[in-house]
Write a protein that binds this ligand. Structure first.
Ligand SMILES: Cc1cc2nc3c(=O)[nH]c(=O)nc-3n(C[C@H](O)[C@H](O)[C@H](O)COP(=O)(O)OP(=O)(O)OC[C@H]3O[C@@H](n4cnc5c(N)ncnc54)[C@H](O)[C@@H]3O)c2cc1C
Length: 473
């Protein structure tokens, strides 16, 4: 399927500035450079990549993904697929199994790449899983254009999108309880839907479960060989090959005067940058933008692989730790009970992440926005619950509280990793009905606070650049 932005009229040469080198900032920069603009990107940090960076957070030789780790959306991205990222050093690794979800009986529910294998593992609920996911997974190569695009708009695949939308707009809990009879399928779906960072009783939490499951069956949940930094480095390298310039350690404090300014930042950050240039009603709209819960994250250097009780977990890139749907829903709706933990174990599949025989693991749980609570013990207890002996393998740990995450990257307001809450009110009209535009000529928002929202896919930047280029011709 062709997917291109038309360039500027021949002979037109304009300058553009991009603030921020997250995946959306880099995608916007690439699109503008491909259209013939002279583009300079400014990054406050010493390293490019925003939420897709890697670092030796614990011990020398142990490489950790600081933020994003698993990339079903990047490998599905209609804009990334147009870029020669492999020629610029990006290599995907597919873990043997995308996801395992251990339970207290010592077993684990498995979401395999194969729909067949997943259905077989779900027993009596296998047929219901097939009915729900098969059309979405089979149609994923088309559907991804709609779910990773701005809404509302006429979908490219109306029938499939209608089918998806009917289920997606439901609360995840209601959908899981209506479709599945058994605890295993319900737990699996609850864990997937909890990526929404919404209470599972609210709309549209089901959308996230469906998207992640469909992508898992269709394209897998890959990790980047050598760490998520490689995604950003490949984007940056491709951008520079188009003539673009990147300046790191270059924090922008006032909106530049260039003809196009793309802001890979969230609404709260745009306010001080724009000063009194923004009209008061628009300032008030931005100030009302709502951020979601934060995350508390731990990275571990480990002496050995995590000693999972359920063997299936040893083959999975991602492991969801939270037990039953009811338990996960309790945590996600008000942070009581035990935390729902999202864990990845990249060194099992990528030897570059740790010294020979040693391992890394990455995990986080959702907490109230800006929470100062130390979740280390609660989070490690959840791992220990399904992997007795885990703590004895820890060589070192690195902890990020929500405030430390925000300090690391100002886009993570209060530890919110999605660039703002994704409830119904902010899912489509994000950050408001203007979406990428602002009242200032040439100034656009292009971060995950615009559609289609959070995740490493670059599509916010892609569509913001398309909007900016339309405004120029
Ligand atoms: C802990 C965690 C885990 C995650 N896991 C995953 C995952 O597994 N898979 C996935 O797809 N997504 C994941 N995400 C989400 C993903 O990282 C983000 O959705 C994505 O990075 C958003 O991209 P962005 O370009 O909008 O902004 P960001 O990636 O946040 O980039 C913004 C950039 O702008 C820079 N900046 C800000 N202000 C200024 C300024 N004034 N001047 C100059 N530069 C500035 C920042 O330093 C930063 O580099 C995770 C995020 C976190 C935090």
């Amino acid at each position: 399927m062709s997917f291109t932005i038309s360039g500027l009229a021949p002979g037109t040469q304009s300058r553009a500035v991009v603030i921020g080198t997250g995946p959306n900032g880099l995608a916007a920069a690439i699109e503008l450079a491909r259209a013939g603009l002279m583009v300079t990107v400014h990054e406050a940090s010493a390293k490019i990549g925003g939420g897709a960076r890697s670092a030796e957070l614990t011990l020398p030789g142990f490489l950790h993904d600081v933020c994003s780790a698993v990339h079903p959306l990047a490998i599905s991205s209609p804009c990334f697929e147009q870029y020669p990222l492999d020629a610029h050093g990006l290599e995907w690794i597919q873990p043997e199994t995308p996801l395992a979800h251990p339970l207290d009986d010592g077993s684990a529910v498995v979401m395999a790449r194969s729909l067949e294998a997943t259905c077989a593992d779900l027993g009596a609920d296998g047929e219901a899983w097939r009915r729900l996911l098969e059309p979405l997974a089979a149609g994923w190569s088309g559907l991804r254009h709609d779910v990773l695009g701005p809404q509302p708009r006429w979908p490219r695949h109306p029938l499939l999108m209608a089918r998806f939308g009917l289920d997606a707009l439901r609360p995840a809990r209601a959908l899981a309880e209506a479709k599945f009879r058994g605890a295993r399928a319900r737990a699996l779906f609850a864990g997937l839907a909890a990526h929404s960072v919404l209470p599972l009783e609210t709309r549209p939490s089901a959308a996230f479960g469906l998207i992640l499951a469909a992508a898992g069956h269709a394209v897998g949940w890959p990790i980047a060989k050598g760490g998520s930094q490689r995604i950003s480095d490949a984007l940056g390298s491709y951008f520079c090959s188009l003539g673009g310039q990147i300046r790191t350690e270059s924090r922008i404090d006032r909106l530049p005067e260039e003809s196009i300014v793309m802001c890979d930042i969230t609404p709260r950050q745009l306010l001080p940058l724009a000063g009194d240039r923004l009209p008061e009603p628009f300032r008030r709209t931005l100030a009302r933008y709502r951020y979601g819960p934060g995350v508390f994250k731990i990275d571990w250097a480990l002496a050995a692989p995590i000693p999972w009780r359920a063997p299936a977990c040893r083959h999975a890139g991602t492991v969801h730790l939270g037990g039953t749907l009811e338990e996960i829903a309790l945590w996600e709706s008000g942070f009581s009970g035990k935390p729902f933990v999202l864990l990845t174990q990249p060194s099992l599949f990528d030897a570059t992440r740790a010294p020979a025989g040693k391992h890394t693991a990455w995990a986080y749980c959702h907490v109230p926005n800006g929470s100062a609570l130390d979740m280390t013990d609660a989070l490690e207890s959840q791992v220990e619950r399904f992997a007795p002996g885990f703590r004895s393998q820890i060589l070192a740990r690195h902890v990020f509280t929500p405030a430390q995450l925000e300090q690391y990257n100002p886009n993570l307001v209060g530890g919110d990793i999605g660039g703002g809450a994704v409830d119904l009110g902010q899912m489509f009209l994000r950050p408001n009905r203007w979406q990428y535009r602002t009242p200032l000529t040439g100034v656009y928002l292009c971060s995950s606070s615009t559609p289609p929202g959070g995740g490493v896919h670059g599509m916010c930047g892609y569509y913001a650049a398309a909007r900016a280029l339309r405004g120029m011709v």
